[in-house]
Ligand binder design. Structure first.
Ligand code: ADP
Ligand code: MG
Length: 210
């Protein structure tokens, strides 16, 4: 059965980038999530590590991002620096032919170069909750144009004690947005968070083993 990225309504720039990355077949989670995010629904996604969740949110995010806008349009929160870095790279690869720029805001790194980065044109911000909140509080990160928010590895983020920061950040993002939440598990505290900050999310669980 054909499960290529041609099944989605994607621009040539995004299709070409995926081909360049040798992404030929969409994974199960990508097939289920990409159309929902393209149409603007909030989703809660439960799927195992390695199932391709990054592209499931990065493809629709890059498809919808507009190069001309000067302020960040999307925000991805992850529990760790390494993951934020990986997500940033995937986003820049998928968005390369649209020349989308992602900024990395993570802790245990000097804030000054991050401020310099934020002073230039940035389409998408990826980062860990503590440092993202620092930039919001210092006025160096402006979220007023953010329309897409992703909570990646939400269970891990909450296990690591980031709940207050995550809630504070979500309260700073415009309500008119598409929010998606990705997690390997869906404990009650993750569901609680989604009820507070998401708009009638659909729960998507993968069934196949990858
Ligand atoms: P998860 O976030 O679910 O743990 P990732 O998004 O990190 O998974 O993807 C796992 C690996 O699979 C990465 O190396 C990624 O580049 C690769 N990958 C994701 N989607 C595809 C695809 N459609 N075709 C080929 N490789 C893919
Ligand atoms: Mg992941």
């Amino acid at each position: 059965m054909s499960n290529t990225f041609e099944q989605f309504q994607l621009s040539g720039e995004i299709r070409e980038a995926l081909a360049g990355m040798k992404y030929e077949q969409a994974t199960e989670v990508q097939s289920l999530v990409i159309p929902r995010l393209l149409e603007g629904s909030d989703v809660i996604v439960k799927a195992k590590t390695g199932s391709g969740k990054t592209a499931a949110f990065a493809v629709p995010m890059c498809e919808k991002a507009v190069w001309e806008e000067n302020k960040p349009q999307a925000l991805v929160l992850t529990p760790t620096r390494e993951l934020a870095m990986q997500v940033k790279e995937d986003i820049q690869n998928i968005g390369r032919f649209k020349r989308l720029k992602a900024a990395l805001l993570v802790g245990q790194q000097p804030a000054a170069p991050q401020r310099v980065e934020l002073n230039q044109k940035v389409h998408i911000v990826t980062g860990t909750p503590g440092r993202v909140l620092d930039h919001i509080e210092k006025g160096t990160l402006n979220l007023e144009n953010v329309k897409y928010v992703v909570l990646d590895e939400a269970d891990e983020m909450l296990n690591m004690g980031f709940i207050d920061q995550v809630e504070h950040i979500l309260a700073e993002v415009p309500k008119e947005r598409i929010t998606s939440l990705f997690s390997a598990t869906l404990p009650q505290k993750v569901i609680k968070l989604s009820e507070k900050y998401m708009n009638e999310p659909e729960i998507i669980e993968t069934v196949l083993e990858e």
